[in-house]
Design a protein around this ligand. Structure first.
Ligand code: NDP
Length: 491
């Protein structure tokens, strides 16, 4: 017997536990050589293009349009036309049918989308398969349910659509962010021009095929690709009634300045520097899983990542030693391998940003730990990292790193935990780990964060509103609150 050894009456055990890869087949996906912009239900040949690649291998994947202001204008015109000639006047129950169809097609084609998401974005297939795709479909299902119940959601008001929504999304959850934006907009009777991030356009372009399958009327959703210049052209276009943006705080502020005085509506979902607070009565092994999920999920490219760990002093040594042991088991590598925990960093620029901040942490005096792991030679990679001995003033404790890098601080009392957790310019999310229910409520009342998770982390649900305070932006996405930015509510 080659790999299993029988020892008398004992159960067979493998003689060799070396790792065997479990790659997901990529032939379910067809990537075109060149893509245009999806405008008015047709593919518009782009005037300019750029090349999108796989961050795990640096393999060039496709030529994609770099939309000019004129092409953005054509998309806005198509959206206006669709808005005025049918979509906004369609009964909610009819709009709901299209959203249900989109949700079902996404479910049917989920493996194809998951593989493409991992190829173009670098995230592990187990995450795109088990998190991004199910949640994207769930958002369409959820908002399909609201489309014909808007008067019940907002009693004594007359809810009506806003008009044409310009939506700009980032690269960390490309299809999921698209779903967060498009589903409520359509449910409320708006039409859309969406710009995916420069580095991750492919699932948004494949989504156009879903729109065709669902027979969505032409012009209701238009997708233009390109870099920040395309986003800026969309923001500036006078035909857009509302901008929804997810991305960096700097760009969010620039958009807010640009829109001041124009009367256009705006929602901003920006960065974060969340505290994940572990009390000494917490179930420690579960908390360690929560810490790992909080910061290493999606390579830490998560606006609500638990990037600041606050540990009660009495359990500090024990927590760090368990965390290090757990980090040694994290598998970094091929995003399409079903065993991979940490995939590729999304782009060279992001890798440079992470590296620069990590260097600053070392220079400022923090102690770095990275488990032994072999990173692939090609592509963009960063080992899971934890910094101890971190002062609150260090850049790694203040700035959003947006990578697999955790900064650990300690506290003695609940008051101190609150003070340290709130010592940030951001206010998007936080986590609390304790066995005491009363302490969870006490903390949740004091933490200045849009979302507070208790004894869990990075949980998302379409029925739950998400959004921040202060430099994390304003407006809510998800839940009933997520309808409001897309509605005029007359008394
Ligand atoms: P950006 O804010 O630049 O990107 C977000 C989106 O905005 C992208 O589609 C981008 O296009 C577009 N954009 C860029 N400039 C403009 C502009 N002037 N007007 C309108 N749209 C614009 O984020 P980055 O990709 O540069 O990431 C930088 C940092 O931002 C990260 O390190 C992280 O800290 C933070 N971030 C936060 C996110 C969140 O979810 N809150 C998501 C992504 C990043 P393009 O892709 O071409 O740049």
């Amino acid at each position: 017997m080659s790999d299993v050894e029988r020892r008398q009456d004992r159960a067979p055990v493998p003689t060799d536990w070396t790792y065997a890869p479990a790659p997901e087949a990529r032939d379910i996906v067809t990537i075109e050589e060149r893509y245009g912009h999806y405008v008015g239900g047709e593919w518009l040949e782009p005037a300019e293009t750029y090349t999108t690649l796989s961050p795990a291998t640096e393999e060039l994947l496709a030529e994609v349009g770099q939309a000019t202001p004129a092409e953005v204008g054509a998309a806005v015109d198509a959206a206006r036309d669709a808005y005025e000639n049918g979509w906004s006047a369609l009964p909610g129950s009819e709009r709901a049918k299209y959203l249900f169809r989109i949700a079902r097609v996404l479910q049917e084609r989920s493996r194809e989308f998951a593989v493409l998401e991992s190829i173009n974005g670098g995230k592990p297939i187990k995450e795109s398969r088990d998190v991004d795709l199910p949640l994207a479909a769930a958002h369409f299902f959820y908002y399909a349910g609201w489309a014909d119940k808007l008067e019940y959601a907002f009693p004594n008001r007359r809810p009506g659509p806003v008009g044409v929504a310009g939506q700009i999304i980032p690269w960390n959850f490309p299809l999921l962010m698209l779903a967060w934006k498009i589903a409520p907009a359509l449910a409320c009777g708006n039409t859309v021009v969406l710009k995916p991030a420069e580095t991750t356009p492919l699932t948004a372009l494949l989504f156009c095929d879903v729109l065709r399958q669902a027979e969505l009327p032409p012009g209701v959703v238009n997708i233009v690709t390109g870099d920040g210049r395309t986003g800026a052209a969309l923001v500036q276009h006078p035909g857009v009634d509302k901008i929804a943006f997810t991305g960096s705080t700097d760009v969010g502020k620039a958009i807010q300045r640009e829109l001041a005085g124009t009367g256009k509506r705006l929602t901003l979902e920006l960065g974060g520097k969340a505290a994940n607070v572990i009390f000494d009565d917490a179930a420690l092994d579960q908390a360690v899983e929560g810490i790992v999920n909080g910061i290493y999920f999606n390579q830490g490219h998560v606006c609500c990542a638990g990037s600041r760990l606050l540990v009660q002093e009495s359990i500090y040594e024990q927590t760090i030693s368990k965390l290090r042991r757990r980090m040694e088991t994290l598998r970094v590598g091929d995003p399409l391998d079903k065993n991979t925990d940490i995939g590729a960093i999304n782009s060279r620029q992001q890798l440079e940003k992470i590296t620069e901040l990590v260097e600053s942490g070392k220079e400022e005096g923090a102690e770095i730990y990275q488990p032994p792991c072999r990173l692939p030679e090609r592509g963009y990679w960063f080992a899971p990292t934890v910094f101890t001995n971190v002062a609150q003033s260090y850049r790694i404790a203040q700035e959003e790193i947006f990578g697999p890098v955790l900064s650990v601080l300690t506290f003695r009392t609940p008051d101190e935990a609150v003070e340290k957790a709130n010592n940030t310019a951001y206010g998007l999310s936080a986590g609390v780990w304790t066995e005491k229910g009363s302490r969870i409520l006490w903390m949740a009342q004091r933490l200045r964060a849009g979302v507070v998770w208790a004894n869990t982390y990075n949980r998302f649900d379409p029925s739950s509103p998400f959004g921040g305070y202060r430099e994390s932006g304003f407006g809510r996405e998800g839940g009933l609150h997520g309808l409001e930015p897309y509605l005029e509510l007359e008394s």
